[in-house]
Design a protein around this ligand. Structure first.
Ligand code: DGL
Length: 266
């Protein structure tokens, strides 16, 4: 098989990665994708570096050996923060990660204060701390780790009481500050955008890195001569290590279309 026609492997701990996948599919409609939600191991935000690297290796092996993936997108901030270096050392194909878009928010802020919300693991990671020190020199940054928010999205809850209880707990402390941008540092959170907006003035912007990742993938496909040459619409295979019926139901609700998935072991 021509490597160019192989899929791009995209993974996350769960349905959050679909917020990245939808941008990829919009920008690269002719590409094929294989999306894996590692739901048997969700939440990644409470795992150790060693566990995250081991899971990333198992998923990359599956993408490359079974699906002949030509590129991998880690549609998960947590996994990127702890495992992208290890993955890049082990595999020769291009690997694109997702990190909280603090650079973009700090370039845009007018008030001089931003917040970044992410999983507990991302929040305390060296990667996020370095991004903040590299790009947010004169900008005040509220770095908030949010436990359990991704679990609510996993259940398809986006405007439900559990989500509001969690948002009150985590966003309460930044509601009355001068922040004008909130970075969504977990790929599950873009599905909560409309709910999060209710807690802030309309002038507060939510920053999500999905489109920037899709643009990066487009660029890398081009410079590595990996663009799919077909003119027809690409295909997407949806996999989960958890329950396929549940994944299909929640993914369908989040993406507002019918999704068929199957369970796979990694
Ligand atoms: N969606 C993931 C992220 O971007 C992780 C959620 C989790 O499993 O904790 O970090």
């Amino acid at each position: 098989m021509n490597i160019k026609n192989g899929p791009i492997g995209v993974f996350d701990s769960g349905v959050g990665g679909l917020s990245v996948l939808r941008e990829l599919k919009r920008l690269l409609p002719n590409e094929n994708f294989v999306f894996l939600a590692d739901q048997i191991h969700v939440p990644y935000g409470e795992k150790t570096k060693k566990e995250l690297i081991d899971l990333a290796y198992r998923i990359a092996d599956l993408f490359i050996k079974k699906y002949s993936a030509k590129m991998i997108v880690i549609a998960c901030n947590t996994s990127t923060c702890y495992s992208i270096d290890a993955l890049r050392k082990k595999y020769a194909i291009p690997i694109v990660g997702t990190v909280p878009a603090v650079k973009s928010a700090s370039e845009k802020t007018k008030s001089g204060a931003i917040a970044v919300i992410s999983t507990p693991a991302t929040s305390k990671s060296k990667v996020l701390k370095k991004l903040i020190s590299d790009y947010c020199g004169n900008v005040e940054v509220f770095n908030i780790g949010c436990k359990n928010l991704e679990n609510a999205v996993e259940e398809g809850e986006i405007d439900d009481p559990r989500v509001h209880d969690l948002l009150k707990k985590y966003l309460g402390k930044i509601r009355n500050t001068k922040i004008d941008h909130i970075v969504l540092g977990c790929t599950h959170y873009p599905f909560l955008k409309n709910t999060i907006k209710k807690y802030f003035k309309p002038s507060v912007k939510l920053v999500d890195g999905g489109l920037a990742i899709a643009k990066r993938v487009k660029f890398l496909l081009k410079i590595n001569s990996l663009k799919n040459s077909k003119k027809t619409k690409g295909e997407t295979v949806y996999l989960t290590t958890g329950n396929a019926l549940k994944f299909s139901r929640v993914a369908g609700k989040l993406l507002n279309k019918r999704i068929k998935s199957k369970t796979i072991k990694i």
